[in-house]
Design a protein around this ligand. Structure first.
Ligand SMILES: Nc1ncnc2c1ncn2[C@@H]1O[C@H](COP(=O)(O)OP(=O)(O)OP(=O)(O)O)[C@@H](O)[C@H]1O
Ligand SMILES: [Mg+2]
Length: 290
């Protein structure tokens, strides 16, 4: 299983992963590429414990500046209330909070599925309040998304589900033939490429959805309850996979209820309560009552 590999085992393959990202000349998100380059440069400069302690000096991957989101159906109760934070490129961040605290709202603002009511959101330096409509698909190419319910196409195989993500952005058959098996191997499904979702376990289906989210090498990966429907052992495998992806330089944000997992992983933990950011701790714990 892939989680048995140590995330930092291969410096050179991590660099290849970022090289791969940088080689996609068709992607017009230059800012994000520059940040990936900064990650790579800083990684080479770092000695000893590289990724865990490393914070690139480049501008942040994500900035929330007094962000408020009010849904029309609940005008008196903002889902997010003056949330201010920054997430550096290359970080792994858990977003925790009780049901209704605003986690999914936060995630959906990041890929511009929602727009903020007040405040400013920057993703890779791009202001999501003023972003031109035509640029939104390019933003989304740089922000891979993983959801609790996998959202796989039921009649397509694992290979076809992942290939579809490349087809819609116009990648050639040659790129698809090359990249899809590679990413499926990366998530530990090299031998299950031709299985349909109903022939795969929940954990395997989530791996397919992660493969789909990262196949185009986005600099950011955002996940909303990715282990919500999985048992603890399978969840651990998925989290270890996300950690491994993070160690390639990808910024990873995971909204979750999974207290055991958050406490085991010792990552930055941002806690929301009733739409307010109430805690933000490096190597934090899940400190809400059940
Ligand atoms: N489309 C919507 N219209 C109106 N209110 C909404 C909408 N979506 C979410 N809300 C409200 O916004 C608040 C935050 O919801 P959100 O889904 O972001 O919470 P959450 O932390 O993801 O919860 P959960 O853990 O249950 O997934 C809640 O009060 C919720 O009822
Ligand atoms: Mg939610």
């Amino acid at each position: 299983m892939p989680e048995q590999q140590t995330p930092t085992a291969s410096q050179s393959s991590n660099d290849e992963f970022i090289d791969f990202l940088l080689s996609d000349q068709k992607t017009p998100e230059h800012t994000l590429k520059q940040q990936a380059q900064a990650v790579k440069a800083a990684r080479h400069a770092a000695t000893g414990r590289q990724q865990a302690s490393f914070r690139p000096a480049a501008k942040p991957a994500i900035v929330f500046d007094r962000v408020t989101k009010v849904y029309q159906a609940q005008p008196g109760k903002p889902a997010l209330n003056k949330v201010t934070l920054q997430i550096a490129f290359g970080e792994f961040v858990f977003l925790v909070g009780h049901s209704g605290s605003g986690k999914s709202t936060f995630i959906r603002l990041l890929n511009r599925e929602l727009t903020s009511t007040r405040g400013t959101i920057l993703v890779g330096g791009e202001n999501l309040s003023t972003i031109k409509k035509w640029r939104i698909p390019y933003l989304r190419r740089n922000v891979g998304c993983v959801f609790q319910d996998f959202k796989l196409l039921p009649k397509k195989t694992a290979f076809e589900n992942v290939a579809f993500a490349l087809q819609v952005i116009g990648k050639s058959k040659a790129v698809i033939r090359n990249q899809v098996p590679e990413v499926l191997r990366l998530v530990g499904l090299g031998d299950k490429q031709h299985k349909r979702p109903d022939q795969l376990s929940g954990g395997e289906q989530q791996r397919v959805s992660i493969a789909r989210a990262i196949v185009n090498r986005p600099p950011m990966l955002i996940c909303d309850e990715p282990t919500g429907d999985l048992d603890p052992q399978t969840s651990l495998g998925i989290m270890k996979l996300l950690e491994r992806i993070n160690h390639t330089g990808t910024t990873v944000v995971v909204a979750t209820h999974d207290k055991q997992m958050v406490n085991a992983m010792r990552k930055r933990v941002i806690t929301l309560e009733g739409g307010y950011l109430v805690r933000d701790e490096a190597e934090g714990e899940y400190s809400l009552n059940a």
